[in-house]
Design a protein around this ligand. Structure first.
Ligand SMILES: Nc1ncnc2c1ncn2[C@@H]1O[C@H](COP(=O)(O)OP(=O)(O)OP(=O)(O)O)[C@@H](O)[C@H]1O
Ligand SMILES: [Mg+2]
Length: 293
């Protein structure tokens, strides 16, 4: 895949393998009641078995797009298709079974009296027995490193703890598609690493497709199969992480800064007066690129 730029005059998704397509946002726009434009002519797709990262500056429309993926918001223009069903014209009630969303604000997500009740809520609604739902909830809480919070009141958790519990609530349901808005914001480095490993494991072991919106460009570079750059309410370019992040002009145009690994490598090459011939993304790739330069 090379970088694909969208034509703002004729917005549409590039041709994709329709058999693998799980989500298709077809030129959707959403204007909020106060007139603010959330997304505009947004074209976006998610395939089976892929991790897609949405990267863009504050207010570019990432969260608005994500809230369309489980029918929480509907487009004022255009359409959103999930598993071949239109969310505008079809039945939205059971979309949550296919698409699990972890919101940017955890307070929008947590509502039950205890953490365990909260994380069990989804599995119980999927029809699991109480014992199976409890086992699924405990396993998800352990996965995110939050098993010790099980009896706590969600209201009294710290911001980072709320985020971990929200992520566990979605993990416990093992949806076909997981959507995480800023999954590592508020998390300490250890918990961030756990969540990163879990996202990779869910794709690898369960074939779950994942969409993340993130300002952590190093995370996006490390885990995404495809990076979509969002600006002014639409995706304007996309490609593999190394292609996108080793294109400083494109990143500048997106209003973003380069991931640390990329910046270190490019600055090192410049200081040494050598051409950057490699595209390290992971730390170990950076170390071997520096050693071989
Ligand atoms: N409920 C709302 N009512 C009115 N305007 C809104 C609402 N939610 C978002 N917006 C506006 O829609 C635009 C897109 O916002 P959105 O939250 O989708 O951006 P974002 O890319 O997720 O930003 P961030 O990186 O800060 O999370 C912004 O101009 C924002 O002010
Ligand atoms: Mg947001």
């Amino acid at each position: 895949m090379t970088i694909i730029r969208r034509d703002p005059q004729a917005p549409h998704c590039p041709p994709v393998d329709k058999k693998r397509e799980l989500i298709h946002v077809d030129c959707a726009s959403h204007t909020y009641p106060d007139g603010s434009v959330g997304i505009h002519d947004m074209c976006f797709y998610v395939l089976k078995d892929e991790i897609v990262a949405l990267c863009g500056p504050n207010g570019s429309g990432k969260s608005t797009l994500l809230e369309h993926l489980n029918g929480l918001l509907t487009p004022s223009k255009g359409d959103v298709w999930v598993n071949g069903r239109s969310i505008t014209h079809g039945e939205r009630a059971d979309l949550w079974k296919d698409v699990g969303v972890v919101f940017q604000r955890s307070d929008d997500q947590l509502f039950a009296p205890t953490v365990l009740d909260d994380v069990m809520f989804g599995p119980l609604n999927l029809g699991m027995s109480h014992a199976d739902a409890k086992a699924a909830a405990m396993s998800a809480l352990e996965g995110v490193g939050a098993a010790d919070l099980v009896l706590k009141l969600p209201n009294y958790l710290s911001g980072g703890q709320k985020r971990l519990v929200s992520i566990a609530g979605v993990l416990a349901m093992k949806p076909k598609i997981m959507v995480l808005d800023e999954p590592t914001s508020d998390l300490d480095p250890l918990h961030s690493e756990r969540v990163e490993a879990l996202i990779l494991r869910f794709k690898r072991d369960y074939g779950i497709s994942v969409v993340i919106a993130t300002h952590d460009l190093d995370l996006a570079a490390r885990i995404a199969d495809r990076v979509c750059l969002v600006k002014n309410g639409s995706v304007f370019a996309e490609g593999k992480p190394d292609e996108v992040f080793y294109n400083p002009l494109l990143i500048d145009e997106a209003g973003l800064t380069l991931p640390q690994t990329v910046r270190i490598y490019l600055e090192y090459c410049k200081a040494q007066g050598i051409e950057p011939e490699q595209r390290p993304i992971h730390r170990h790739e950076l170390i071997s690129a520096l050693q071989s330069s």
